[in-house]
Design a protein around this ligand. Structure first.
Ligand code: ISE
Length: 337
């Protein structure tokens, strides 16, 4: 039985605590940590009462903790991940790996120096059934090579703390990670651009919304991504892959199709927690299974670093209005799959 400590007891921390304690096989949550003791206590109470810490390093050093889950806000990921690596303990961190490429690089360097693959980044879309079905169809070769990706990342609304940059670092970061994985091994982003179309009346002051991000891979696949986080009608993730010999669309979550009042209707998921709820289950089960084998799955620290470099280029493109290059310097042998 893998004994896990969770660092960060906000919304996603509590979700994962319950998931790990009650749904996932082969794991037990033995400790939780939050700088706000009340937050840690609330999470502990949800899972039957486990040890509480307010200092992440103390939780990580606890000999009862075999592996660590980091669910703090993204800008606080770095230190607990580095401490876990130092302690030689496997660590699953929510996305993004960290919010700057420089911090991600420190993690990559520390993991390589440790000589062990310890870090998995929680990009849950790689575990989504629909994305996997699309990936298998692309892999089959029956549709020819992918050429264009038309994607939407829409949310009902965001709160006042959401910034123009977060459209990249918090939201588009999912497409940045999942799309190269979706279309083929070895794919990498090459250049990116950001356009600001007419702005919605629904966004709070200072937030640029919607945004259109155009990204091109090294092999020439072009992605046109609409990030539109005040659409008002639900959480609406779409991805159409235009290939040489056909088109593949990501399936939407299935809801009944109703007919009434001269209308055919079907629901749209309300938020991301619900939209990807099954993917989170599959993802954490895979992490636990991998840890038991001494391996990692999903996105590696290197892939988290590349996602952050791409996000940096997109943020630069937001400001410059120009096409910006993504420069990774090539995958180190340690991370080659
Ligand atoms: C949130 O943190 C997520 O990860 C969601 O998947 C994304 O859609 C949302 O924009 C983020 O704030």
């Amino acid at each position: 039985m893998l004994k896990v400590g969770i660092v960060g007891c906000g919304m996603i921390g509590k979700e994962h605590a319950k998931r790990l304690q009650y749904k996932i096989q082969g794991v037990e949550v033995v400790a939780v940590c939050d700088v706000f003791e009340a937050g840690a206590k609330a999470a502990s109470d949800l899972i039957g009462g486990v040890k509480i810490y307010t200092d992440a390093d103390q939780l990580i050093a606890d000999p009862d903790v075999d592996a660590v889950v980091v669910t703090t806000p993204g800008n606080f990921h770095k230190n607990p991940i580095l401490s876990a690596i130092k302690a030689g303990k496997p660590v699953f961190t929510e996305k993004p790996l960290t919010t700057t490429a420089a911090d991600c690089k420190e993690i990559v360097d520390a993991e390589m120096a440790s000589g062990k693959h310890l870090v998995q980044v929680g990009f849950m879309r790689r575990y989504d059934r629909g994305y996997n079905q699309v990936r298998d169809l692309i892999k089959s070769g029956e549709f020819g090579k992918p050429m264009i990706l038309k994607c939407t990342h829409r949310a009902e609304g965001v709160d006042a703390s959401y910034t123009t940059e977060m459209a990249v670092t918090d939201t588009a970061i999912h497409e940045i990670d999942v799309l190269p994985w979706l279309i083929g091994e070895g794919e990498e982003w090459d250049e990116v651009q950001c356009l600001f179309p007419r702005q919605t009346k629904n966004a709070h002051e200072g937030l640029a919304d919607p945004q259109v991000m155009i990204m091109k891979t090294k092999s020439g696949v072009v992605c046109i991504l609409e990030v539109n986080v005040n659409c008002g009608f639900g959480y609406d993730i779409n991805c159409e892959v235009v290939c040489e010999d056909g088109v593949i669309n990501l399936p939407c979550p299935s809801f009944p199709v109703t007919r009434k009042n001269f209308e055919v209707a079907t629901a749209i998921e309300k938020n991301w927690i619900l939209r990807f709820i099954d993917s989170y289950d599959v993802e954490l089960q895979d992490w636990v299974d991998n840890v038991a084998k001494g391996t990692t799955g999903g996105s590696s620290a290197w892939e988290g670093y590349v996602a952050a470099l791409t996000a940096d280029a997109l943020v630069a493109a937001q400001k410059s209005g120009k096409i910006e290059k993504v420069v990774t310097g090539g995958t180190p042998d340690f991370y080659k799959k």
